[in-house]
Structures are given as C-alpha cells and as structure tokens.
Design a protein. Sequence first.
Length: 150
Amino acid sequence: MMELPPASSRPSRLSIAAHVIVVGSLALSFISGIAIWYGQTVSGETLTPPTWMHGARVIHGALNPVLCAVFGYLVAHHIRYGWALRANWVTGLAMEAIFAALIISSLAVYYADEGLLRSTSIWIHRVCGAALPGIITAHWVAARMWIKKI
C-alpha cells in the first residue's frame, strides 16, 4: 500500500494544467455533443444535415482518445489518492461510472450497425453526457465541503 501524505496537503488535488485539460476537453466534448444532438434533430426534420454537422462530429470523435487518456490519468493519480483518503467517493464513483459508460457507449455508437444496440447506445451516451456536468458540479461541491472539514 502506498504511503499517503496527510489529508490536509490534499494530494488528490489536480494541478492547474490538469484542470485546464480535464475541464477544457470535457467542455469541448459536451458542446460538440450537444451540437451533434441538435444537428441530428434538425436533420431529422429537414432530411438534410446542417453543413457544420461534420465538423462537430470530427471534433467530438477526435476528443475520444483525449478523454480516454484523461480518464486514465484521473484513475492513476486523482482517484487513487481520493479513494485512499475516502474523500468524495460517492460522487467520484458516480463520475467514474459515467465516464466508463460514455467510453463504452461511444464504441457501440461508432462501430455498431444500425439496430437496437446502436440506438440504445446512442441514448445511453446522450443521457450520460447530459448528466456529466451535474455530477462534476456535485463532485466539486463535495470537494469544497471535504476541504472545510480538514
């Protein structure tokens, strides 16, 4: 078992660079995901996809490996210390579950043929993506409360 510094030094705290990468990539993914969802709704009504739709898909898809790397970084550094300190584990576990569901559902959205698996994966991906800002906010609020306790 690793030796942990005292909780008051907050070893699970993300650096400024990590914050920028995590929040920036998640925000860009969220915005591009909402754009895709909106574009699919519009193209369903007009039967013609908007011209910007391809760009939104490229941005959203290109962020997938970045977000997988972010998830790996968080597991190896942030989550490992937070789990050992027993800090924010409920909201952290919820975030891990949502991240994992987004990664797995993105594979099915991208690779599955049209049918039940793909359509179900699209909805799982949408619901988890829409829930992510709320759970991140809850995790941040829980972190603020935990910090006040130490």
